[in-house]
Design a protein around this ligand. Structure first.
Ligand code: NAP
Ligand code: GLV
Length: 316
């Protein structure tokens, strides 16, 4: 009998094709209800999950003893309880690298849109409120030639730096460790977080969500940013204290923000929804057609490998 694989959401065909030898259950287009998930996971040897599912001890327990692999279709794996997986000898995989360039494109898109007030402009045009070209209409800071501070200088942070070089930007970064090769290649300079916040015109966040990075950007950090600066977050919502950010934007203590991720997705802090100086995207960092195909493919390859007794391509 072929082994059971639970795919928690509808994923691109490119991934599903690789699972044809298994007994696959695809749950739903929308995030499944918890009860539905706990029921559907019974007897699964593999779970292809997305970041909307909490893959915790309870879910692994419900799957039962056949469970061998949890393949997260995301590079971030803060939704997976690694310790619970380790205790059960379950392999966890993610989808690094294939989404670096696309996610950095999204971060740079938000940076440009927030600085140059694209969202406000769109709302004016669509509401019929645009009367004429204006010498002072919708002006915002230039991006080219400015200073970009990158918080988290891994795969996506460095892809962001490559884009910034094309805009003649000066680049600072912070991470847990120095990256001398990347410094030389990208002309980036290391700075402690405080210095980076004080000197950057643009700050872009690219760390994973961990106990150390939760609210890495809070009231005090926002105070250190310059009034003309722009904050971009494509990492994870809880890395920024959303209430503190809403206050800083309301009081004009920073110029604008561009957000792809939120503390309580899909909820967005109500104050942010009222503000003009924030561009809000619905967690679409990796959402290009090509990249989503690659993520689904990689997640499915990992499941297939482990269930055939081989090593997965991208274990966490
Ligand atoms: P990565 O290659 O592992 O890079 C993470 C970087 O963060 C590393 O430079 C790491 O420093 C740094 N870091 C970790 N903890 C830190 C801390 N406490 N203080 C300062 N820096 C810290 O990860 P990645 O592939 O670039 O992905 C980053 C994150 O982006 C993912 O975890 C995910 O949450 C998010 N993401 C979001 C989307 C989206 O759709 N919006 C898409 C893809 C990814 P060291 O190298 O020194 O350890
Ligand atoms: C998306 O948010 C990811 O972590 O891949």
């Amino acid at each position: 009998m072929s082994r059971r694989v639970l795919v928690t959401r509808e994923i691109p065909e490119a991934g599903l094709r690789l699972l044809e030898d298994f007994d696959v259950t695809i749950l739903s287009e929308r995030p499944p209800e918890r009860g539905e998930l706990l029921e559907a996971v019974k007897g699964a040897s593999g779970i292809l999950a997305t970041l909307t599912e909490q893959v915790d001890a309870e879910l692994m327990q419900a799957a039962g003893e056949d469970l061998k692999i949890i393949a997260n279709m995301a590079v971030g794996y803060d939704n997976v309880d690694l310790e619970a997986a380790r205790e059960r000898g379950v392999v966890v995989t993610n989808t690094p690298e294939v989404l670096d360039e696309t996610t950095a494109d999204t971060a740079f898109m938000l940076l440009l849109a927030a600085a140059r007030r694209l969202g406000e402009g769109e709302r004016i045009v669509r509401s019929g409120g645009w009367e004429a070209w204006g010498p002072k209409m919708l002006t915002g800071p230039d991006v080219w030639g400015k200073t970009l501070g990158i918080v988290g200088f891994g795969r996506i942070g460095q892809a962001m730096a490559r884009r910034a070089r094309g805009f003649d930007m000066e680049i600072f970064y912070t991470a847990r460790s120095r990256k001398e090769d990347a410094e030389n290649e990208l002309g980036a300079r290391y700075a402690e977080l405080d210095e980076l916040l004080q000197t950057s015109d643009f700050v872009s966040l690219h760390t994973p969500l961990t106990e150390e990075t939760k609210h890495l950007i809070g009231v005090e950090e926002l105070k250190k940013m310059r009034p003309e600066s722009v904050l971009v977050n494509t990492s994870r919502g809880p890395i920024v204290d959303e209430g503190a950010l809403a206050d800083a934007l309301t009081e004009g203590r920073i110029f604008a923000a561009g957000l792809d991720v939120y503390e309580e997705e899909p909820e967005v802090h109500p104050s942010l929804l009222e503000l003009e100086n924030v561009v809000l995207a619905p967690h679409i960092g990796s959402a290009s057609i090509e990249t989503r195909d690659k993520m689904a493919t990689l997640a499915a390859e990992n499941i297939s490998a482990v269930l055939r007794g081989e090593k997965p391509k991208t274990p966490v």
